[in-house]
Write a protein that binds this ligand. Structure first.
Ligand SMILES: [Zn+2]
Length: 132
């Protein structure tokens, strides 16, 4: 998770979310930051990594993989996880903008203080006009 925190901070024009897809041996298969301001409004880190793996693997069933994210996946990404049969999700900070409950199998709050501070700092800077 700390690796994801470090990389999330490099994307200063985005909400600092970084996601990884791991195989069951813990090897990183794909990784991405939020690219909402670079690609489109749906280019969330979680969606980006699922797309990378699905394209690489050539199939949509990602049930053998693990998603790790610095922020609880939003409702859109939660649905994409469901469509990809991706049930193992670990995240740090809780997403207060979510409308739907995350599945009970998802595990949140990993290094919660650190993850929450990164997100809070970003939104404080947004309010101060430092980030668009
Ligand atoms: Zn999302």
């Amino acid at each position: 998770m700390r690796y994801a925190f470090q990389l999330s901070k490099k994307y200063t024009q985005e909400v600092p979310v970084y996601s990884l897809i791991l195989n069951r041996e813990g090897k990183i298969i794909a990784e991405s930051a939020n690219l909402v301001n670079k690609i489109d409004v749906t280019a969330h880190a979680e969606k980006n990594v699922m797309l990378q793996v699905a394209q690489y693997e050539g199939y949509r069933n990602l049930s053998k993989y693990i998603l790790l994210s610095t922020l609880e996946p939003c409702d859109m990404c939660q649905e994409i996880c469901r469509l990809h049969c991706l049930n193992q999700v670990y995240f740090s900070a809780y997403n207060r903008l979510k409308q739907c409950m995350s599945p009970k199998s998802w595990i949140g709050g990993i290094l919660l203080d650190e993850g929450s501070q990164i997100i809070k700092k970003c939104f404080l800077n947004c309010r101060k006009g430092k980030i668009k």
